[in-house]
Design a protein around this ligand. Structure first.
Ligand SMILES: [Zn+2]
Ligand SMILES: [Zn+2]
Ligand SMILES: [Zn+2]
Length: 363
């Protein structure tokens, strides 16, 4: 039996509304007895440098489809990109869209490609050298640009990475994926629409406002009846890592316990606009953020994905209202029927405390 107001100090049980996409909310429930979730088992990481039978390891190039690009273009490549053998969207086949009553379809046209992030089989992102990571972000950018230039039907290019079995990685060799599709994915579209509405009302980018708040906001909220301090928001409370050009932030309404977002500090809607010389700082912030996550979680299994302004909207109003970002979502618990059925994410770790633990890691 639990009575109201008997939560231990620091324990949180509240529904937090995502400031960018208000329809997406998170139940933050940190009391142990409240956790309606099962922890994801930590899978041992494959740390081998080279695996004879792995199609993504050097020397096995004949086991993959031909390379789309390689960096450098030599036998001792460091990053290599190939077609996905089992694409979720595929080929150049034109198909008439099928519409029957409420059954509407769009042709599953697109491209699905694999980037072998590193020639070393089991290397983790935080173990990669900064120049290598910078080159990897450069490969993401180059390929996105090439795909948009190649075909006007492509509306969005999603770059993402699954790392570890809990995150859905089927091949243990470290890799990212690129999916070019004929529609803008719903969750990107929701961010674009909501940030545009915010811009129309307030004349500033909501992501820039979130960064400003993370860096400068300081407030104490008192209970009106008792006068007790209900919440204290401190300067930099949500900042995990800060570079010269990029910042890693723990979202206030984090869906995942260890979720962290990386954004450019200065307003920028399109990942394609990141300048070559700024990739080094992005790599540094990424490497340090991943090292913090790895240290705290102990072998992070995660998904990360890049959200950038849809290509067709990059010149218009969305250039001012949208702000590209990288969402890192470590998988430490298994979603339950409650989450799937309600659409409400459950986070069992207070985001403020999670950020504090991540910051405390000695790098
Ligand atoms: Zn391999
Ligand atoms: Zn902005
Ligand atoms: Zn996003």
């Amino acid at each position: 039996m639990s009575e109201p107001n008997t939560n231990e100090p620091g324990e949180v049980r509240e529904i937090r509304i995502n400031p960018v996409v208000p329809s997406e909310s998170v139940l933050v429930a940190t009391a142990r007895s409240m956790r309606p979730k099962k922890a994801e088992e930590l899978a041992p990481r494959d740390t081998r440098k080279h695996v004879e039978t792995c199609p993504f390891c050097r020397g096995n190039e004949h086991k993959t489809p031909p390379a789309i690009l390689a960096w450098p273009e030599k036998a001792d490549w460091r990053i290599r990109m190939v077609e996905n053998l089992y694409p979720v969207l595929g080929d150049d086949r034109e198909q008439v869209n099928f519409n029957f009553g409420l059954q509407q379809t769009i042709d599953g046209y697109g491209r699905h490609e694999v980037i072998i992030d590193h020639y070393e089989h089991g290397i983790a992102v935080h173990e990669m050298a900064e120049p290598h990571l910078a080159a990897l972000f450069g490969v993401y950018q180059t390929r996105m640009r090439q795909l948009f230039e190649s075909d006007a039907r492509l509306k969005y290019v999603l770059v993402f990475k699954n790392f570890g079995p809990a995150a859905g990685a089927s091949i243990p060799h470290t890799h990212s994926q690129v999916i070019a599709m004929p529609v803008v994915p719903e969750n990107v579209d929701a961010e674009v629409r909501n940030s545009a509405a915010h811009y129309a009302k307030h004349h500033h980018c909501i992501f820039c406002a979130l960064i400003d708040e993370a860096l400068t906001f300081e407030a104490t909220i008192y209970d009106r009846n008792s006068g007790a301090v209900r919440r204290k928001i401190n300067v930099g409370q949500y900042v995990v890592e800060r570079g010269e050009k990029f910042i890693a932030i723990k979202p206030f309404a984090s869906r995942y316990e260890w979720e962290v977002h990386i954004l450019p500090l200065a307003h920028q809607a399109d990942f394609l606009d990141v300048r070559g010389e700024d990739m080094a700082d992005l790599a540094r912030v990424m490497k340090r953020t991943m090292a913090r996550l790895d240290a705290v979680i102990g072998g992070a299994q995660y998904n990360f994905f890049l959200h950038s302004v849809p290509h067709d909207a990059r010149q218009g109003a969305h250039a001012a209202s949208y702000h590209w970002h990288l969402e890192i979502c470590p998988r430490t618990s298994i979603p339950t029927g409650f989450e799937l059925g309600s659409g409400l994410f459950v986070n069992t770790i207070n985001p403020e405390q999670a950020a504090e633990r991540l910051r405390a890691v000695d790098l």
